[in-house]
Design a protein around this ligand. Structure first.
Ligand SMILES: O=C(O)CCC(=O)C(=O)O
Length: 325
């Protein structure tokens, strides 16, 4: 019911916002999305040693739409999380749920974890950070928090988490179409490798620099896709345009072959997806967390009763929420 309301609701972004001249997107963004972001980085690095220490990574993030934080997450923390997830998957009474692929206009359903085939591509265990404290050590590992606090200029709110056992094989997309916020561009994600990723396992792929492609406007107005409001062809057109425009501009298509514990941070509009799995014997265990800043709310809060709009503090500057639990 809740999900139906969420997906069927008309957006209040009923007409396109006026162009935001200081930003590449008419929907604005974070300071890193401003046209003068590199000059702003210089200013901030002079004033703040924490920014100066991450200056090269931040400049790369501004130019390319992502940054790689090598060894961001401790191996013991990862092993503890994987053991907890495995135990939960074997426990019929775990409250955890998973998104599984189905045929139909919405192409996915949410089922109890015990009913999900974890080995199927496109199975995603949802918001494990709510029920597995060990997931919090990953999603809020210090290097990730330090980087995102600078980018957000604020604390972090984790509001959607996806655990993958296998490559997703998901088409190249922009998260702003599906992971919706009241301020759509106030979005970043971390992708944490829970094992060394092997070629052929369905590696994460992304077009470097695609975060600056022109806004795709659903119905001429909206940043996000709504399967009841928007035509299937429009959605397919968006996915095709991401590949076509990236290739027209000569943006390199990269694949991510991280070591266990490496994390990739992507910005709101980086076009990314899952490569084809050419060796089905390989797992590709990873944890994705979508974050916004402490002052932005997920769009799904509009459809949750007040007592379900829970923001749970984890440690200073870090909190989580969920639409599922
Ligand atoms: O890990 C992948 O293959 C893709 C993940 C993804 O696209 C996402 O979480 O938005």
């Amino acid at each position: 019911m809740l999900r139906k309301l969420y997906w069927s609701a008309r957006s209040l972004f009923a007409s396109p916002p006026p162009p935001a001249p200081d930003f590449y997107s008419r929907f604005g963004g974070l300071w890193t999305d401003r046209r003068d972001a590199l000059a702003e980085l210089d200013r901030r690095a002079k004033a703040d040693p924490a920014v100066a220490a991450l200056r090269d990574k931040l400049a790369f993030f501004i130019r390319n739409g992502y940054a790689i934080l090598e060894g961001a997450v401790d191996h013991q923390a990862i092993d503890a999380y994987k053991a907890d997830l495995l135990a939960a998957a074997r426990n019929n009474s775990t409250p955890l749920v998973a998104s599984v692929p189905v045929h139909g206009p919405q192409d996915k359903d949410v089922v109890p974890l015990a009913q999900a085939d974890l080995d199927a591509p496109l199975t995603k265990v949802l918001d494990t950070y709510v029920h597995l404290p060990s997931a919090l050590s990953l999603a809020f590992a210090d290097p990730i928090v330090q980087f995102l606090k600078i980018v957000f200029d604020d604390g972090l709110l984790a509001f959607q988490g996806l655990h993958f056992e296998r490559g997703s094989t998901q088409a190249v997309h922009q998260d702003t179409a599906y992971v919706v916020l009241e301020q759509p561009m106030h979005l970043c994600a971390s992708w944490i490798a829970l094992e060394d990723v092997q070629p052929g396992s369905g590696e994460l792929m992304y077009y470097e620099g695609s975060h600056r492609l022109p806004d795709w406007l659903y119905g001429g107005a909206y940043k996000h896709y709504n399967h009841e409001r928007d035509k299937h062809e429009e959605h397919m057109g968006h996915l095709k345009a991401l590949v076509d425009r990236s290739e027209e501009q000569g943006l390199p298509l990269r694949t991510f072959l991280p070591k266990k514990g490496d994390a990739l941070i992507w910005s709101a509009d980086l076009a990314h997806g899952g490569s084809q799995i050419t060796d089905p014997s390989l797992t590709r265990r990873s944890l994705v967390t979508h974050y916004t800043d402490a002052s932005t709310k997920p769009y799904y809060f509009r459809f949750l009763p007040a007592d379900r709009q829970k923001i749970v503090p984890v440690k200073p500057d870090c909190a989580f929420t969920s639409m599922y639990y």
